[in-house]
Design a protein around this ligand. Structure first.
Ligand code: F6R
Length: 613
């Protein structure tokens, strides 16, 4: 998983590439590199400085020639080959004329490398990508133009790619292609661009186009033309982009994570906006599945990864309780490979902030192959998942840049719970007044999140006392359980401390053996229906010496007697609590991470969008 960018025909080639790479860093930052190309010459710079790779590349390019009008750039999240400069992209062929950048994995690279080596090609990296440079080199030597050479090279390749290739003997051309990994093309008068996503070229291009799987695009200063892998012309679909650049910047916050945590009331508000007709019917304009089809659903399967998986786990409770449908939640990377059963009437919901997570896309493809109807819950309009699904519901959280997902989670829960209510409405498993009451509660969540955010000082005060701690357990029951999982995930990914999320009732079946003085237990206690049970679990860990932090409702008068620290949140219907309870847990992780000097936006070893399996 990496970020790619390219520009052809520009007076500001270097600036465009460096700025684009800065915006793509969230996709990976083990190393970075660019190649500038003009007739007969390729100028290349590469750095491998971990999270500082793009900054180091900017320095390295201080004396770069300014008169190159075309180039490509890459920021890498290492898969094949260590994060070292020689494995950084762009990679070159033997002549040094063909330069290539790639996001994805070439699965048959070993066999291709073997063949190419036998024919005398010399490799300078251990990446899977470099084989494509040498394949293109051979095809160019046979007289194919760059478009055809790349196309024929890709016919030999198995795996996933968003790729861009240049050749110094055809310097005003970039050929780009896609299979699975994301790729967009942009145009402005006299200049063409490509990138892994729109923000990288947002303020340069004036029109944006989506490239689909197995399409190859030839970009030049005059524009682009696209073909399929057989060479037949195809039309790229123009994207409607309504972001401005400011949405992609920090807006006065220290980092994207704190900005995005603060944006959560808006994320929920916008996601719920305009979803109800005057007669009370819940509507999703973008949901292209008929009411009749939804009525005929017999089983729901949710597939997702990471934070989105936790949102999906919350949805299981809501759909089962309100719509009385049986729901399974699957880890997307497991679903595809375990020969899943898809019966008639199975609705599969793929939940993904980016809509580009390859595990989730592959899981929904598998479900479609087996006959399921697929609904995507995506935060990115026209994402791959959204395009491929039979229907989509967009969360409207706005662009999420920080690697640790926050506002996308609350927006996903809001969208999924609204869908659960729609299913209940269609199946008549709740009365009109019950639905009205729940919708009323749902519309209050945005304000309640704002209240939880205003108590940030309480969380900071707890965090300063815990900087020495190393072991955390997050426990909860019912929807407090996925909330606990999400709280633990936030803590581990940005503080690098050991944290586990557990169903509180499961502790006594093993993990209780790990509880001793020094261990911190964070208990989600807001579910009124489960209150007594969770208090018993808190007592169990207290008795074994744990320090307990409770997330508790404002009106909970018992909690003070059992917890060491209490983080208060507004009272709401139990099903809505994850959207509020997660706020102090996000703030706790954030505050501890800052206290420990971590880079909250760019945690080590992680990337924002995971486009490799
Ligand atoms: C955690 C996090 C990841 C993502 C996961 C799925 O903070 O961000 O666990 O939730 O990689 O990403 P999407 O939702 O884009 O499919």
């Amino acid at each position: 998983m990496c970020g790619i960018i390219g520009v052809v025909g520009s007076d500001e080639t270097l600036a465009t590439l460096l700025q684009g790479l800065e915006r793509l860093e969230y996709r990976g930052y083990d190393s970075a590199g660019i190649a500038l190309v003009r007739a007969g010459h390729t100028w290349r710079a590469r750095t491998a400085e971990g999270t500082e790779s793009v900054a180091a590349l900017r320095l390295e390019c201080k004396d770069a020639p300014q008169d190159y009008r075309s180039g490509i750039g890459h920021t890498r999240w290492a898969t094949h080959g260590a994060p070292e400069a020689e494995n950084a992209h762009p990679h070159l062929d033997c002549s040094g004329h063909v330069a290539i950048i790639h996001n994805g994995i070439i699965e048959n690279h070993a066999q291709l490398r073997e063949e190419l080596s036998q024919r005398g090609h010399h490799f300078t990296s251990v990446t899977d990508t470099e084989v494509v440079a040498h394949l293109v080199e051979e095809l160019r030597a046979r007289g194919l133009d760059l478009l055809d050479a790349v196309r024929h090279a890709l016919l030999r390749v198995r795996g996933a790619f968003a790729i861009a290739v240049m050749d110094a003997s055809e310097p005003d051309v970039i050929v780009a292609a896609r299979r699975i990994s994301p790729l967009v093309v942009g145009t402005a008068p006299g200049v063409s661009y490509l990138a892994s996503d729109v923000p990288a070229i947002l303020d340069r291009a004036t029109a944006f186009y989506a490239v689909n799987d197995d399409e190859v695009v030839r970009l030049g200063p005059e524009g682009f033309r696209a073909v399929d892998l057989e060479g037949a012309p195809v039309r790229l679909r123009q994207l409607q982009i309504d972001w401005d650049l400011e949405t992609a910047e920090k807006g006065g916050f220290d980092d994207f994570m704190s900005k995005e945590i603060a944006e959560q009331p808006d994320a929920v508000f916008a996601t719920l906006l305009d979803r109800q007709r005057g007669d009370g019917t819940i509507v999703f304009d973008e949901l292209r599945i008929s009411d009749q089809e939804l009525r005929e659903v017999r089983r729901v399967v949710l597939v997702a990864c990471g934070t989105s998986l936790h949102a999906a786990q919350v949805a299981k409770y809501a759909i089962e309780r309100w719509a009385r449908l049986s729901v399974d939640v699957d880890i997307a990377s497991e679903y595809r490979y375990r020969d899943p059963i898809v019966e008639i009437g199975t609705l599969v919901i793929g939940v993904s902030q980016s809509g580009e997570t390859i595990d989730t896309i592959q899981a929904t493809r598998e479900a479609q192959r087996r006959g399921a109807r697929v609904v995507a819950i995506s935060n990115i309009v026209d994402s791959s998942l959204a395009r491929e699904a039979d229907a989509v519901i967009y969360t409207r959280a706005g662009l999420e840049v920080s690697v640790a997902s926050t506002k996308a989670f609350v927006a996903q829960v809001a969208a999924l719970e609204l869908l659960a209510l729609r299913l209940a409405q269609l199946r008549e498993t709740l009365t009109t007044s019950e639905i009205e009451a729940l919708l009323g509660g749902l519309h209050e969540i945005s304000g309640q999140i704002a209240t939880a955010l205003s108590r940030r000082g309480d969380v900071d005060a707890v965090a300063t006392q815990l900087l020495h701690a190393h072991d955390y357990f997050f426990i909860g029951r019912h929807v407090g359980f996925p909330t606990a999982l999400e709280g633990a995930l936030k803590l581990k990914e940005i503080t690098y401390m050991h944290a586990e999320g557990y169903a509180a009732g499961e502790l006594k079946h093993g993990p209780l053996a790990l509880i001793e003085p020094g261990v911190i237990v964070v208990a989600v206690t807001t579910d009124a229906n489960m209150h007594e049970k969770i208090l018993s679990n808190v007592a169990e860990v207290k008795a074994r010496g744990a320090t307990v932090i409770a997330v508790a409702a404002d009106d909970d008068e018992q909690i003070g007697a059992v917890a060491d620290f209490v983080l208060r949140v507004p009272r709401t219907d139990p099903m809505f609590t994850p959207m509020i309870d997660i706020v102090p847990l996000q703030l706790l992780a954030y505050s501890l991470a800052r206290g420990l000097g971590r880079n909250v936006d760019r945690p080590r070893n992680l990337a924002k969008t995971v486009t490799v399996e």
